[in-house]
Design a protein around this ligand. Structure first.
Ligand SMILES: NC(=O)c1ccc[n+]([C@@H]2O[C@H](COP(=O)([O-])OP(=O)(O)OC[C@H]3O[C@@H](n4cnc5c(N)ncnc54)[C@H](O)[C@@H]3O)[C@@H](O)[C@H]2O)c1
Length: 297
């Protein structure tokens, strides 16, 4: 499938990522000429996404970012469905953004790859599961790859395209052209590796930040200030961990260590301590920083 043939984009999984990927595609896609279908097997998720999209477009109009006729056009190009199989049949590109569970993803790829056109591009947005883990159940795995967006997908420009040993060069080319046509900045990752590129670099920075703290070299605040004021990071590693959840960092490193056996991948002892105390960041009112006073305001 080449980019000129791409007309219909089907996003499967209408959660946090899927709804923003679908909206980004409808808003920016090749001057907004793509037809986008956002589907989910749970009716409540479809309803929620539909409401979110209507509120989002109304908000853009209210802020003067788009006109009402533009919002109407975007609305008309974006549809919602509970019929995943019926949507897959129409797709030129599928972007899967369902729950992070290998068995459920394998079932989905096995099923839809039999239903959709033989050259429909099949991308998984998974952050952790490389497409090789789906290749043996997928019909024509040469059209299979990871298309990895960042949260929030409407804002973050990076899209990582991860080539598996089964992925054809044409698949990467079309996925790259597609991402560019929706205002994204795609990069190609030539080898499957846990964490891909951006999250690995972020993990290395976080690892070093924890190691400096453990050694008593500098405080949480000063390490964050070094990254923000010296390196131009929008947010220091500890502030970022508080935002995304210290438990997320714990689970990712625990699983990576279980897979690699490499001591470097182990969660930091300070992260383990925070995890055990239930001090997980903003969501619990305390992490590396204390948010309880701010919450009471
Ligand atoms: N949240 C993030 O920051 C982030 C960032 C990048 C990538 N990802 C990846 O994106 C994917 C989705 O993450 P999310 O945070 O949007 O999850 P989410 O839980 O918000 O949404 C998942 C959606 O999938 C639906 N779903 C579950 N099983 C399904 C099935 N068999 N068929 C159709 N729909 C099904 C659920 O109803 C839900 O609406 C995951 O693979 C995750 O690794 C997440």
């Amino acid at each position: 499938m080449n980019i000129e043939q791409v007309k219909t984009i089907v996003v499967i999984g209408a959660g946090a990522m899927g709804q923003q990927i679908a909206m980004n595609t409808a808003l920016n896609g090749r001057a907004s000429s793509y037809r986008v279908i956002l589907c989910d097997s749970f009716p409540s998720a479809v309803e929620k996404a539909q409401k979110w999209a209507a509120d989002y477009l109304a908000g853009r109009v209210a802020k003067g970012r788009i006109t009402q006729p533009e919002a109407d056009r975007i609305s008309a190009s974006l549809s919602f469905s509970q019929d995943v199989d019926g949507a897959a049949v129409q797709a030129d590109i599928v972007i899967e953004a369902i729950i992070e569970n290998l068995e459920i993803k394998r079932e989905l790829f096995g099923r839809i790859s039999k239903l959709c056109k033989p050259d429909t591009i099949l991308g998984s947005n998974s952050s952790n599961l490389v497409s090789s883990k789906l290749a043996d159940v997928t019909v024509n795995p040469q059209r299979l790859l990871n298309i990895h967006y960042f949260n929030p997908a409407l804002v973050m420009q990076l899209v990582e395209l991860v080539r598996g040993p089964h992925t054809a060069p044409e698949t990467i080319e079309t996925a790259r052209a597609f991402a560019l046509s929706t205002g994204k900045a795609p990069i190609v990752i030539n080898k499957e590796i846990a964490g891909f590129v951006a999250n690995r670099i972020n993990a290395a920075v976080t690892h070093e930040a924890c190691s400096l703290l453990e050694k008593g070299v500098a405080s949480v605040e000063d390490i964050d200030t070094a990254c923000e004021k010296g390196l131009g990071y929008p947010m220091g590693p500890f502030r970022l961990m508080d935002l995304t959840g210290i438990d997320v960092n714990y689970y990712v490193r625990r699983d990576r260590y279980a897979e690699s056996g490499d001591e470097y991948d182990k969660p930091s002892p300070l992260v383990i301590e925070k995890f055990q105390k239930g001090e997980l960041g903003r969501k619990t009112g305390k992490g590396w920083y204390d948010y309880s006073a701010a919450d009471k305001k």
